[in-house]
Write a protein that binds this ligand. Structure first.
Ligand code: GLV
Length: 323
């Protein structure tokens, strides 16, 4: 008998036949998010689930899915999944790293440039019909070229951001729990420093750590106070990495110059204070939102789901100890 797989939300169409070749698919072809109760009901008899970062896969939901063997997340971050509970139940959790690295690094740089050079503000100004003439001090922003970029978290995406920074003649500092191979550091011309030094020295601080208990509110009052008043914070990682209330206060009080945010603490809610600030650029979590990338992410998740259910080794297990 074919295993049963739940696809929780709308995906790129090519995903479904990959699953159907080996599984019976229960496809919720809608952008609506299933709440925990409905998720539990749909998972009751499922062996696999292809899910998204909006799906709450907490311990209670996993407990209500006694046959579940694999959770395949269409994303790199898996903070919506209780991985410890999954591991305890010997459920494999897979994610989709690699394919979205460059797109996310591109978006990070787009955000950095947009906030430094006030692009959304300038465009709003033009569309509002306010442009009268060229003026020497009209919509002037901050320099990017030659400035110091501090990268917090030097995994695939952090390193891809460092590669872009080289093209902008930036000095690159980074902090990371472990040191990458020496050739990576020299190849990228990046210097590993402690977080406090990175915060003090950087003109742009860009976050690229996963959301875990260790990184929760990694950037809070103390860290924001350590930054230069002229510095910008860029977050394309996860909202929980930043204490959003502390960030709002820092922006309102001018402790830092601005922020570029693609992620928020309680998505899709964006605090009204942030919406009211002119020195922030706000995006709706679109770091990897490139058609080719998102369809690859869907396919990768589907293939890893099938792999686990057919006894093969998945490419990207988050908890390989279960295999
Ligand atoms: C997107 O945010 C991801 O984690 O892939």
């Amino acid at each position: 008998m074919k295993p049963r797989v739940l696809v929780t939300r709308h995906v790129y169409p090519a995903t479904i036949p990959i699953l159907q070749e080996h599984c019976v698919v229960d496809y919720q072809d809608s952008h609506e998010v299933l709440d925990e109760a409905r998720l539990q009901k749909r998972l009751q008899h499922a062996h696999g689930v292809v899910c998204q970062l909006t799906d709450p896969l907490h311990a209670a939901t996993l407990a209500a899915a006694p046959q579940l063997r694999v959770i395949s997340q269409i994303a790199v971050g898996v903070d919506n999944i209780d991985v410890a509970a999954a591991t305890a139940r010997r459920i494999v959790v897979t994610n989709t790293p690699g394919v979205l690295t460059e797109a996310t690094a591109d978006l990070t740089f787009a955000l950095l440039l947009a906030v430094a050079r006030r692009l959304p503000e300038a465009e709003r100004f033009l569309r509002a019909g306010l442009w009268r003439r060229w003026e020497v001090d009209l919509l002037c922003g901050a320099d990017v070229h030659g400035r110091t970029l501090g990268i917090v978290g030097f995994g695939r995406i952090g390193q891809a951001v460092a590669r872009r920074a080289r093209g902008f003649g930036m000095r690159v500092l980074y902090c990371n729990r472990s040191a990458p191979p020496a050739d990576v550091e020299t190849g990228l011309g990046a210097l590993r420093v402690p977080l406090d030094l990175l915060l003090r020295e950087s003109d742009f601080v860009s976050l690229h750590v996963p959301s875990t208990a260790d990184t929760h509110h990694l950037i809070g009052v103390e860290q924001l106070c350590a930054m230069k008043r002229s510095a910008f914070l860029i977050n394309t990682a996860r909202g929980a990495v930043v204490d959003e209330r502390a960030l709002i206060a820092a922006l309102e009080e001018g402790l830092i110059a601005g922020a570029g945010l693609d992620v928020f603490a309680a998505e899709p809610q964006v605090p009204a204070e942030l919406l009211a600030l002119p020195n922030v650029v706000l995006l709706p979590h679109v770091g990897s939102a490139v058609t080719s990338v998102r369809s690859l992410m869907c396919a990768l998740a589907a293939r890893d789901c099938v792999a686990v259910l057919t006894g093969e080794r998945p490419h990207h297990a988050v908890n390989p100890e279960v295999l």
